[in-house]
Design a protein around this ligand. Sequence first.
Ligand SMILES: Cc1cc2nc3c(=O)[nH]c(=O)nc-3n(C[C@H](O)[C@H](O)[C@H](O)COP(=O)(O)O)c2cc1C
Length: 202
Amino acid sequence: MTTIPAFIDARRSIRSFTNEPVALDALDALVVAACSAPAPHHSRPWRFVVVHTDDAKQRLAAGMGACWRADLGADGVDPSRIDELVSRSHEKIIEAPALVLGCLTWDGLDRYPDADRQRAEWGMALLSLGAAVENLMLAAAASDLASCWVAAPIFCPEAARDALGLAEHWLPHALVMVGYPDPDYVGRPRPPVPLEDLRATR
Ligand SMILES: Cc1cc2nc3c(=O)[nH]c(=O)nc-3n(C[C@H](O)[C@H](O)[C@H](O)COP(=O)(O)O)c2cc1C
């Protein structure tokens, strides 16, 4: 029976936090861990924004919320349901003690004349942002901090960027809520890994 290494098992998505603020030094340490991730051809295509003020949290939540509201409206979702979904997401974001917003840039990435390879290059950057975010969350767990990835900015990178007044080439793609874990939060048990379904051997 294969066991998951303890440092990997310790990271779970925790969506509820105590009111205790997270020190900026502790958040910086998470960003340093993120920036130790593997990245294509020695690039560092990621940028991280530590969002810790109430004003910035509100602006980010409102900017992404407006974008989601428009998408849901275009999908024909009932307006009261839209209000419910967007306000729940807004609350979740502003209630997190801190947020770390992972952005991508083209810095250090190769440029190709054709769209297929250009897309693959951006795909590599995205993969490396995923690795960086996992590093960040593993480091959080190692510091007794709770974290949870929030998908929202990948659907509206420009809205998230503009809400925070970031440089044009910083494109937000991953948001992580960070805080000290609410002791009453009960997450789902981690499901077993059905190895026969998820891996092949040749
Ligand atoms: C790319 C990505 C986007 C995610 N987006 C959200 C999200 O928007 N809201 C949320 O509550 N959890 C989100 N999650 C967390 C997953 O729901 C969670 O990782 C999954 O249920 C497994 O649980 P665990 O992280 O505790 O192992 C996201 C995870 C990933 C990798």
